[in-house]
Write a protein that binds this ligand. Structure first.
Ligand SMILES: *[C@@H]1O[C@H](CO)[C@@H](O)[C@H](O)[C@H]1NC(C)=O
Ligand SMILES: *[C@@H]1O[C@H](CO)[C@@H](O)[C@H](O)[C@H]1NC(C)=O
Ligand SMILES: *[C@@H]1O[C@H](CO)[C@@H](O)[C@H](O)[C@H]1NC(C)=O
Ligand SMILES: *[C@@H]1O[C@H](CO)[C@@H](O)[C@H](O)[C@H]1NC(C)=O
Ligand SMILES: *[C@@H]1O[C@H](CO)[C@@H](O)[C@H](O)[C@H]1NC(C)=O
Ligand SMILES: *[C@@H]1O[C@H](CO)[C@@H](O)[C@H](O)[C@H]1NC(C)=O
Ligand SMILES: *[C@@H]1O[C@H](CO)[C@@H](O)[C@H](O)[C@H]1NC(C)=O
Ligand SMILES: *[C@@H]1O[C@H](CO)[C@@H](O)[C@H](O)[C@H]1NC(C)=O
Ligand SMILES: *[C@@H]1O[C@H](CO)[C@@H](O)[C@H](O)[C@H]1NC(C)=O
Ligand SMILES: *[C@@H]1O[C@H](CO)[C@@H](O)[C@H](O)[C@H]1NC(C)=O
Length: 477
């Protein structure tokens, strides 16, 4: 109960602190330009330069006037600009996240950076409302509440197609590979079920923690909020809450103080992450949290959260529910139209965790049964893999990324890297150039795989049991 209150108080206060948000749009030219500095001084371009990668900032305007930032890493380290067409990958973040979260932890654990080194043209999306995409042609994110009137319906209708089309045009490809995490998958499945031509614009959809059916989501807070949906609705509209958890200077400073190494309350930070995403102590390096706070959280609309609560409640994948009367006006039906995932004909690869509190295994199985073109369905071979491990796990490269890269390589005509995920011994992985249509550089990625296995320490198991106990307690109260 206290935790629920705590979460609510923090949500509300983050809305109140919106005036202190320092975001990209204050310094950014319309349609790209210089990479802006955010929060306490994080800058994508400087970070990537430090690691030896090039960076481009692209502005994309959606049909309904939002200005989105697409971040491009056109080639890898030890490589240089060429005019050849390379296979493009578009990576789209989850709710509350942004492009930055994929790169802050450095090249050894960053899927986009690994892909750039292997010869891909890498693009990172930023959905409307997050740190880098708080701009609109006529609306002001801080003043006009209608800016925040969107859920993943709008992301699928406007943002996702705008990003895909821009990447295809600039990279001069007919198809791209799409990688989505969490909501990044939701918006793709919604799009591809509504607009069939987008199925032909991707050669594969890599779904990391696919959030489509949500009936079996085990997160106790979400289950609690779902049961009190009406209260959430009333409270947020009474308080005029439109935006939550923006990347503000105040919150970043406060969280970094709490989460810093050696801080008295440092252990509170992982606990908050565990309660949101699932418990996985062994794979969380406490020091990484502070690094992630450079860019996380990145802000999202309260309507996005409400939409997911509706999905949990209805156990269906459908458009936003405005209530019977308003549904009649908007959809000419008393209930919202469903997204039919059996119309998603693009090849889909599903990757999911056993301990993901936001994406239930039964829900992924149901999705896989309905999708007509599943090319891979991989349950990650680690008992405690949770929803944020897709980005944050210490061994995410060997547990997940090597498999993802091999699949992408197979589909894009690159030879497989030697994976340590199944062999769990080799220390280096090399690319094989011979089978490539556009050959990647002779890169080696120095992942130190093999540290993880399917088992976890007994401490982790014990902590997991305690965490479930606490969760059940919250649920009962
Ligand atoms: C790159 O290639 C495109 C078409 O393949 C061409 O139009 C363009 O002029 C080339 N640019 C450079 C700098 O060579
Ligand atoms: C947005 O807010 C500004 C300042 O409050 C106001 O002048 C403007 O009319 C608003 N625009 C719309 C479209 O509501
Ligand atoms: C969990 O998933 C199964 C299979 O899709 C479904 O029958 C069941 O209703 C779901 N549970 C909840 C609580 O929605
Ligand atoms: C919410 O907005 C309405 C109208 O815009 C205003 O009258 C009301 O005072 C606001 N409520 C709060 C708590 O700010
Ligand atoms: C934990 O993270 C910090 C900062 O990212 C890093 O310096 C340290 O080497 C990491 N430790 C382990 C065991 O991975
Ligand atoms: C609304 O739906 C009814 C039948 O369900 C149909 O007859 C009618 O034409 C629809 N109206 C609009 C505006 O689409
Ligand atoms: C979904 O699409 C399939 C294929 O067109 C169709 O057979 C099925 O009836 C549709 N399901 C719903 C719920 O509309
Ligand atoms: C590269 O892969 C091709 C087929 O995928 C294989 O025939 C060839 O032997 C490989 N070359 C090396 C150097 O591993
Ligand atoms: C590729 O790397 C391997 C091992 O690092 C090296 O032996 C080989 O000469 C390199 N090939 C090219 C074409 O640079
Ligand atoms: C880039 O080149 C340097 C020096 O030759 C080498 O140490 C490094 O491992 C290379 N990095 C990649 C990703 O190939």
């Amino acid at each position: 109960m206290y935790i629920v209150l705590l979460v609510f108080v923090s949500l509300i206060s983050s809305g109140c602190l919106a005036e202190f948000v320092i975001t990209a749009h204050e310094r950014e030219e319309l349609g790209g330009g210089e990479a802006p500095t955010v929060g306490l001084g994080f800058n994508m371009e400087s970070l990537l330069k430090k690691y030896g990668y090039p960076f481009e900032n692209h502005g994309v305007i959606t049909e309904d006037g939002y200005v989105l930032a697409l971040h491009r890493i056109p080639y890898g380290r030890n490589s240089s600009e060429t005019n050849e067409t390379k296979p493009a990958v578009l990576i789209v973040h989850g709710i509350g996240s942004s492009s930055g979260d994929f790169v802050v932890l450095g090249p050894e654990r960053s899927l986009p950076l690994m892909l750039a080194d292997l010869g891909y043209d890498v693009w990172l999306g930023n959905n409307r409302g997050n740190t880098w995409s708080r701009k609109h042609q006529t609306l002001d994110a801080d003043k006009n509440s209608s800016f925040w009137d969107f859920s993943f319906d709008e992301l699928s209708l406007y943002d996702t197609p705008a990003m895909i089309d821009h990447v295809l045009t600039v990279s001069r490809n007919e198809k791209l590979s799409y990688v989505g995490h969490s909501q990044g998958t939701t918006q793709f499945f919604a799009l591809a079920s509504q607009q069939p031509d987008y199925n032909d614009k991707v050669n594969v959809m890599m779904a990391l923690g696919p959030a489509v059916y949500c009936g079996n989501m085990s997160n106790p807070i979400v289950q609690f909020l779902k049961d009190y949906y009406t209260v959430v609705e009333l409270l947020t509209s009474y308080l005029n809450l439109t935006e939550i958890l923006p990347h503000s200077l105040v919150i970043e400073t406060a969280l970094k103080l709490v989460c810093k190494d050696g801080g008295e309350y440092q252990e509170a930070c992982p606990i908050i992450l565990f309660i949101l995403f699932g418990f996985d102590s062994d794979q969380l390096n406490r020091s990484d949290i502070k690094v992630l706070l450079d860019t996380f959280p990145a802000g999202f609309a309260i309507k996005e959260l409400k939409h997911y609560l509706q999905l949990v409640k209805s156990n269906t994948f459908r458009q936003f529910d405005y209530g019977i009367l308003n549904n009649m006006a908007k959809y000419n039906k008393s209930s919202p139209p469903e997204y039919n995932v059996s119309l998603v004909t693009a090849p889909v690869a599903l990757y999911y965790g056993q301990n993901d509190w936001l994406v239930g295994m039964a829900d992924v199985n149901r999705l896989a049964d309905e999708l007509p073109n599943v090319v891979e369905k991989r349950l990650i071979d680690y008992e405690y893999f949770n929803h944020i491990d897709f980005i944050l796990a210490k061994d995410v490269a060997s547990m997940l990324y090597f498999n993802v890269i091999n699949k992408l390589n197979e589909i894009n005509g690159f030879a497989p890297i030697i994976s340590t995920s199944t062999l769990s011994t080799s220390a280096t992985s090399t690319t094989n150039e011979s089978g490539s249509t556009t050959s990647p550089d002779n890169t080696t990625s120095t992942e130190d795989g093999g540290r993880h296995t399917g088992s976890a320490s007994s401490l982790n198991k014990m902590a997991h049991i305690i965490c479930i106990f606490v969760a059940v307690l919250i649920f009962v109260i």
